[in-house]
Ligand binder design. Structure first.
Ligand code: ZN
Length: 385
């Protein structure tokens, strides 16, 4: 147990709150310096925010198995009993921001590689550790790695988000997408006693909301667009604002919304509904002009529910009651699904799902150490299949 504490504690002590993953990436690359069969690469996404890839090469050519975790955490917030960035150990648990989500998963991946090096384990192919930036806000790191072609040779990825629940551990194979957007209306101000010389931005937004919500309600109800694991695509208008004075025709207004998508009605089709309604509005010159701002687009993802990766993990985690399930939230599956048509993906990690982002977040150290064994066994089993 003691052997596996130091790197985890070091990781917790990096305050990589939506920034500063650079330092974490360099720290990880340093751990693997001096080994002939290891290559490391640092890949920046933003200034001071870099991804890292560590490649452990086997004795002969073969498949590529990867463990990929994000290096960022969310802000600690107030009200902690334990210092959030120290890694205090008490009664078999380590406390700190990111212990569950997901630096224990990251440390388990790193130790899996280090153990295999130390044990001089013989295997075909390659085992990678991938550290990504900015998962909690936009998942830019994973996007950059996929779009930059860095992951094109990867056959399988395990992402150790906290997936443990009471009495079981989940293997997540599918996740919904999420589109966050704003629609802005630009009209013309006028005194409310003479509205005919103004152009009302609020009424344009109100019409837009009515039309678009009706369309999405039809999509949500349409059986052809339902995914049997993830449910339906749906839209929620969540913020709106417009006007500054009660006796003026408002020249500006906006509405923001969030569409949660499934593969049967994904990002492109959903954005299409917004664009079409905007275009129809803008054809009428007398109306306030609408424009679309896409704040974040995460695609829905549905990987295979049964394949070598899942079989290997289930064998390795024989004592964890692994249940293969979909996720109604979002995760980096949204990015990794675009690596290739046959990439095998699974989200599985040691933390409790309920411990993500909470005050006094912790990891159960037994679970964490078991995960190192599980990652080593899964990697070797997968590469030999
Ligand atoms: Zn996470």
């Amino acid at each position: 147990m003691e052997k596996y504490i130091s790197i985890l504690r070091d990781l917790i002590q990096f305050e990589s709150v939506n920034d500063g993953e650079d330092e974490v990436a360099k720290y990880i690359a340093n751990l693997f310096e001096g080994y002939d069969n290891v290559e490391t690469e640092i890949i920046p996404s933003y200034p001071s925010r870099s991804n890292v890839i560590v490649k452990l090469k086997g004795s002969e050519k073969g498949k590529v198995f990867a463990i990929s975790g994000h290096l960022d955490v969310v802000a600690a917030g107030e009200g902690w009993t334990y210092p959030p960035f120290e890694g205090v150990v008490e009664d078999g648990k380590m406390y700190g921001r990111g212990t569950a989500d997901m630096k224990a998963g990251v440390a388990a991946g790193i130790y899996a590689l280090l153990d295999l090096i130390e044990e001089k384990k013989d295997f075909p192919g390659e085992i990678w550790f991938i550290g990504t930036v900015g998962e909690e806000m936009g998942m830019q790191g994973a996007l950059d790695l996929v779009e930059g072609g860095y992951l094109k040779d990867v056959d399988a990825i395990i992402t150790p988000e906290p997936t443990k629940r009471d009495g079981e551990n989940q293997g997540i194979f599918a996740s919904k997408g999420s589109i966050m957007y704003a629609v802005h209306a630009e009209g013309k101000a006028a005194h409310s006693s003479m509205p005919e010389i103004g152009v009302n931005a609020i009424t344009a937004i109100a019409d837009f909301i009515q039309k678009v919500q009706k369309k999405f309600d039809e999509v949500t109800a349409n059986k052809d667009f339902q995914n049997k694991e993830l449910g339906s695509t749906l839209n929620v208008f969540s913020i709106m604002e417009g006007g500054i004075q009660i006796n003026s025709v408002p020249d500006k207004a906006f509405v923001k919304g969030n569409i949660r998508t499934v593969p049967e009605f994904g990002s492109e089709q959903s954005i299409g509904i917004l664009e079409k309604a905007i275009e129809e509005n803008n054809r009428d010159e007398s109306r306030a002009k609408l424009s679309l701002e896409l704040i974040q687009v995460l695609d829905p993802a549905e990987a295979q529910k049964d394949n070598d990766l899942i079989r290997a993990l289930k064998e390795a985690a024989f004592d964890k009651n692994v249940q293969i399930r979909p996720l109604i939230g979002t995760c980096e599956l949204s990015r990794f699904i675009h690596i290739s048509n046959d990439v095998q993906l699974l989200v599985y990690g040691p933390g409790l799902t309920k411990e993500a982002h909470v005050v006094d977040e912790y990891i159960e150290l037994d679970e964490y150490v078991d995960t190192i064994r599980i990652f080593k066994d899964t990697a070797i089993k997968f590469l030999k299949m």
